[in-house]
Ligand binder design. Structure first.
Ligand SMILES: Cc1ncc(COP(=O)(O)O)c(C=O)c1O
Length: 459
């Protein structure tokens, strides 16, 4: 059980008696939820209903029972899966975490379920403070929002607001920044913006390529070309320090330093999109893991935060009116997001020797041992801490999809990332146990063997 929070706002948030009552409720619900299930017929029908109502097939034909423990998710047919993707990076401590659920219950029972920017409550302050504790000396402010894309929209608005004459943005090849109109244009996936009206103001720079010894020079040269071609017209450069949807690619610190320094001298804002990296690379922010704090003007977070936020320096604080909106977040999400940060701090997850970094090492060793048994099936690995990926065989999209489906059928949920090559990625809970890791890698091995046999691939 995690240590109790020493948050000075605690008197506003809960008392021991309330915590006790929350514990009793969580215990009762968990006990009942563990026995919940639908018959095969109704389970299949529920899945078909979900698909019909949303007008599209589910990637995995599944319905959660709303129950689970740690990395194990219980489905509504009574079976369990090892969840190593956590709704694409949302569940820091996996399923059914008692401490987080108790926090959620207290927050849910206190007053209102959603908070607006007009009437902030204690959870608003608690999560804002928790974020800024880790944001380094430059980022002084935080604006809360609901989704990663919205946090990015707010970042973009702050950037253009400060430099209205510059309407262009630079991003990396392979970037993913969300699915609003503006973010779909920054995102390097033509299919994700098919038919959308585009502004045509996005420029690309190649991401780091470990195979190319001149990778850094190539990216810097591309940046220089853009600066020369569009003098005074580029507002910012966006950085994903570990590219999420792009394939969990990362780069050495020096690669980012060179580009960020050039952005600085050219007057471009340095915006770091940490929506997927947040709390996964060993620190709350990957820019802190990579010691880039001094360069960052704006950072955006989401997913594991249970909401989203834009953090910004004093210089980027916009005039009132530019950034607002009804919702700041839901009270439960804010309370749980803040508690996740507190748990990461209190229970030793942060820092180069912290439990998140150690988890990264444990996963790496599992891959090494799997690669010894299946050298042809386990291609290059990438990622940091609790975000890891590898290329199966030569990384064709079809093979990746086959392995994903085989894993799912055998009891493990993973997802793909990137193209050419496609990878299998995992975003496991930061508190994944050895037993869960062993079980997950056992299933992965079985699934790879199955696909090898079906497709007649060498192992
Ligand atoms: C790096 C990055 N930015 C932005 C987003 C968009 O976040 P959301 O889906 O919450 O809008 C994502 C989502 O995957 C992401 O990985």
């Amino acid at each position: 059980m995690a240590k109790k929070s020493t948050n000075p706002l605690s008197p506003l948030l809960e008392s021991d008696a309330i915590r006790e009552a929350a514990r009793a409720l969580v215990n009762a619900v968990q006990e009942e939820a563990a026995g919940r299930s639908l018959s095969h017929k109704y389970y299949e029908k529920a899945i078909r209903d979900v698909e019909r109502l949303r007008g599209r097939e589910l990637f995995y034909p599944m319905l959660s029972a709303g129950a689970g423990t740690g990395a194990r998710l219980q489905l509504a047919d009574g079976t369990t899966k090892l969840d190593f993707i956590g709704a694409i990076g949302v569940y820091a401590f996996g399923h059914g975490d008692r401490d987080l659920l108790e926090n959620a219950v207290v927050a849910a029972a206190s007053d209102v379920l959603f908070q607006g920017h007009l009437m902030p409550g204690p959870e608003y302050l608690r999560i804002s403070k928790a974020l800024l504790r880790h944001a380094g000396p430059r980022l002084k402010h935080v604006w809360l929002s609901l989704s990663g894309a919205m946090a990015n929209e707010n970042a973009l608005k702050m950037i253009h607001h400060k430099k209205p004459s510059a309407d262009r943005m630079i991003v990396f090849d392979g970037a993913f920044h969300g699915r609003t109109l503006a973010m779909a244009e920054l995102t390097d996936r033509p299919a994700f913006r098919e038919g959308l009206p585009l502004r045509g103001n996005v420029l690309q720079v190649p991401f780091f390529d470990a195979e190319d010894e001149h990778s850094s020079e190539r990216s810097l040269a591309a940046l220089e070309t853009h600066l020369r071609r569009y003098p005074g017209q580029i507002a910012a450069m966006g950085f994903e320090l570990v590219q999420g949807e792009g394939g969990f690619n990362t780069a050495p610190r020096e690669f980012f330093v060179a580009l960020m320094e050039r952005c600085r001298t050219a007057g471009l804002a340095v915006w770091v999109d940490e929506v997927q990296t947040f709390a996964r690379t060993g620190e709350l922010f990957a820019f802190h893991t990579l010691q880039l704090d001094e360069y960052v003007d704006i950072a955006t977070v989401g997913k594991t935060l249970q909401g989203s936020a834009t953090l910004f320096s004093k210089e980027y604080n916009p005039k009132p009116g530019l950034v607002s909106g009804t919702f700041a977040g839901n009270t439960v999400g804010m309370a749980v997001g803040a508690r996740i940060i507190e748990r990461l701090e209190e229970d030793g997850y942060l820092g180069p020797e912290g439990r998140t970094a150690v988890l990264g090492g444990r996963i790496e060793r599992r891959f090494q041992s799997l690669a010894k048994r299946m050298p042809k099936a386990i291609g290059p690995r990438s990622g940091l801490g609790a975000m890891q990926a590898f290329v199966p065989w030569h990384g064709s999209r079809d093979i990746v999809n086959d392995v994903l489906r085989a894993c799912f059928e055998e009891g493990l949920i993973l997802l793909s990332a990137g193209d050419n090559p496609s990878k299998l990625r995992m975003l496991p809970p930061v508190n994944t146990t050895d037993e869960e890791l062993e079980a997950a890698f056992g299933i992965l091995e079985k699934a790879l063997c199955r696909v090898a046999e079906e497709r007649d691939l060498p192992c």
